[in-house]
Ligand binder design. Sequence first.
Ligand SMILES: [Cu+2]
Length: 298
Amino acid sequence: MKTKAISSFFVLFAIAAGIVAMTPAAFADHSEVTIEPAAGSGAPGCEDTAEGCYIPSTATVDVGGVVIMTNTDSAAHTYTSGTPDGGPDGVFDTSLLMVDGSYEWTPTTVGEYPYFCMVHPWMQGLIIVQEVEAAEDDHGDDHGDDHGDDHMDTDGHLITESSATGMMSDGTQVSVWTSEPMAGEMMEIHVEFEDSEHVNHDITVTQNGETVLDDMGAHHHEGSGMHTTAPLSSSDPVDITITFQGYGVDDPKTGPIGEEVVFSNVVPEFGTIAMMILAVAIISIVAVTAKSRVVPRF
Ligand SMILES: [Cu+2]
């Protein structure tokens, strides 16, 4: 509830700031562009329309400008730089953007940046980053001020929850949503195995080497469940290790039993989440190629 109130305040503030920012730049302004997913793009079909799955499907922005990636759709999406075939390239990644969520990216290098949705890989878009146009040079001061306001918005943006997604070798996505680690408080961790039933798994959570949750043999009928740690001794990030123990109620259970999905350095901050997802992606590749239980620690 608190999160909702805060985020709607910032949406209002962002709209107000957006209107103010729009006024001085009357023409060909590429200092800021907002992209939204096509409504209903969680199901295939948008890729065959003229507008595409991200609107605009090709967005142009100046170096040093701001790309605002929003989620106005009713499903969660990501804006992940790279291609579905080649995978994420690490330039930017919104991680899972919930409904009404948004993320800002400021490009520093001219170029063409393809991106896609990790959840719905038919969703693809392109961001073209260009030099600031000569005709706009006399507006330079205005743009500088606008950007200052934008950064203030970003600085004031409160993020109280984080999320990250990894994948097992059978393609099942494993996602976690966590509350903020705070000294003296228990941390809530929601685990979800996408489109799965009767999931068995172990979960261990450590903070500075100290085990704060060690839950063996958890069973989730619907594929998702909540876990709560012991009260934390500090507000430092935590490491979450989920060990898959098979699908099913009776033995023998099925699936890639023994595979671990590791979420390192979990702290609710976007930069860390992006790194975390990359780390998980690398771990998944290791798991797929080596079929091994050995998972590198970060
Ligand atoms: Cu999507």
